[in-house]
Design a protein around this ligand. Sequence first.
Ligand code: AMP
Ligand code: MN
Ligand code: MN
Length: 330
Amino acid sequence: MNLMNNVESDEIAKLKDVADEIKKSGKIAIFAHQNPDGDAYASSVGLGMALRKNGYEVSFYLGSSKQDFSPIIGMHEAFEENTSPIPEGTTALCVDCASRDYAANNEMFDKCERIIVVDHHATNTFYGDVNYVDSSAAACAEISYFLIKAMGYEITEDIAYALYLGLVTDTGSFQYSNTTIRTHYVAGVLSTIRRDFHKLHDELKYISMDTFLALSEAMNNTDFLFGGKLGIMSLTKEDENYWNSHVDTDGFVDHVRDIYGIRLAVFTKEIEENVHKVSMRAMDEVMNVSDFAARQGGGGHPKAAGFTFNGDIEGLHMMLAEYYEEEWTE
Ligand code: AMP
Ligand code: MN
Ligand code: MN
């Protein structure tokens, strides 16, 4: 294990300053990006549990999401809408979120004394008073592990379970190219604290029947362009099953990504009339989809990015086809 000898101490040293900054706060409000995903919740809940256990007053302002991981990782209140005012002298700890605009409940930032950002998006705009951004981390949960250690706190069984969720969801179960030796190291250490991660993998596989029905609609609404290299799956207000409250579309884009020959997989969903949330996944390193997403006011990672589009679905498809034609075809 020579390879791993210094990983823990190197990461802890890098995080020392941000750890000290967090420890200066008595009250901490945790924020993450809109429509929080597994990593956003994992990092929030993992850090929140560690801070609470060590005497901090912690509240969560994570915004609403169709994904409720609370049966898996606990801390139910983190998954509920929080409308309580921010108490005086509160520090905002914002995780897994690249920009101020994309943070859920970001209007609450103004009520916080200062903002500490901990993130792994290369597109991060450093909107905090203190910023720790490491785009080589596969998940914000990977940074959160070392951050808890840098604060000198114990990784309890519950924290280990929460952090593992973030590693799994952001790496597609350790299959994406963002997975590094360091990711496996953290997963390995967490596995010494919890022995039942197989249960978490099982729980993540389940989908509701409504999600299944919406997925079949989305599959029917998939267009293949450029000889099957660009795949665009869409759900619009016309799709009746999509509107059911038990539908969770996170992961739909992966079905397009899984098709042999696809280079760029896209999933779009109409969240309000003529407002579409777009998820993009690149299969190779040739183009950085976060550059394109950033030009549309969004962001993300080189191979997984997103943005919100205002306009009709035909216009959106045309824009995506133009992007592919201009930047992806040699
Ligand atoms: P998603 O397609 O929603 O799973 O998101 C893929 C990646 O892009 C994640 O890292 C998101 O945080 C990021 N992302 C998605 N939508 C936006 C947006 N509107 N603004 C900034 N980042 C985004
Ligand atoms: Mn995320
Ligand atoms: Mn993440």
